[in-house]
Design a protein around this ligand. Structure first.
Ligand code: NAD
Length: 248
């Protein structure tokens, strides 16, 4: 795996799924890690698996998130120089039933929460002379519509993450921060609903070139790669980690 020795990494959504796997993969690569999540029980569970510090925070609370990034820098002994924004929510609602409040909630967590985390990390790192790297979480839903689990708000939020990746990569390059995204397909985490319906799951997996679910650690390793100097000339990129879904 790529090398992260000496790096100070913050992972939002670190209490579960891809975020938790990323905390553990970053530690295995030598980083010091702080997990941020709104779910304190989930954070404790992550911390029981490895030397991860935790800060409870809702990423849509601007002041609380700013304080969490400052706290993370204190715990880590310097400004956060690696950030993975894995806090996210999923929702399935047909477009004709989709209310504005529900749309807003998904956009606030998935898009605004990611943006605020990057902004606070960049403010902390600016002027420190240290380079940084950010990984945002998009989704196959950003490029494919689907009838099985309709969610126009979720799809739009993940498309917005791609736009955010491009814009922030350009704006933050001069601050010394690379910004990339990973775009997972169907990954075995608590967010995944596919496993509730065995036949639908089989049909979806059969259609994938790799014919299987992805594991959180497979996304985590892509995040570690993008955080590391192995990806030193990569910024503004969206890396599919989807078993070939986007290619097929
Ligand atoms: P998950 O539900 O296992 O973990 C998400 C974590 O985010 C949870 O611990 C939750 O408490 C936290 N969270 C949610 N809202 C928050 C908030 N407002 N503030 C702080 N923390 C909050 O989900 P996952 O599958 O690990 O998903 C991680 C990211 O990957 C999400 O952005 C998701 O959209 C994306 N993704 C997942 C899949 C998949 O198949 N699992 C596919 C594509 C993209």
């Amino acid at each position: 795996m790529s090398e992260l020795s000496g790096r100070r990494v913050l992972v939002t959504g670190g209490g579960s799924g891809i975020g938790r796997a990323t905390c553990l993969a970053a530690i295995a690569s030598g980083a010091a890690v702080v997990a941020v999540d709104r779910d304190e029980v989930a954070l404790a569970s992550t911390a029981s698996l490895g030397p991860v510090s935790t800060v409870a925070c809702d990423v849509t609370d601007e002041d609380a998130l700013a304080a969490a990034v400052v706290r993370a820098a204190e715990v880590l002994g310097g400004p956060v120089d690696g950030l993975v924004c894995a806090a996210g929510v999923y929702d399935v609602v047909p477009a004709l039933e989709l209310e504005a409040a529900r749309f807003d909630l998904i956009m606030r967590v998935n898009v605004l929460g990611s943006f605020l985390a990057v902004r606070e990390m960049a403010r902390g790192l600016r002027g420190s002379g240290t380079a940084g790297s950010v990984v945002l979480l998009s989704s196959i839903a950003s490029e494919r519509g689907g009838l099985r689990e309709p969610g126009a708000h979720y799809a739009a939020s993940k498309g917005a993450i791609v736009s955010l990746t491009h814009q922030l990569a350009v704006e933050l390059a001069d601050v010394g921060i690379r910004v990339n995204a990973v775009s997972p397909g169907v990954i075995r985490t608590p967010m995944l609903r596919l496993t509730d319906d065995v036949e639908a799951a089989r049909a979806t997996l059969d259609a994938l070139p790799l014919h299987r679910l992805g594991e959180p650690d497979e996304v985590a390793r892509a995040c570690v790669h993008l955080l590391s100097d192995d990806a030193s000339y990569t910024t503004g990129a969206v890396l599919a980690v989807d078993g070939g879904a986007a290619a097929s």
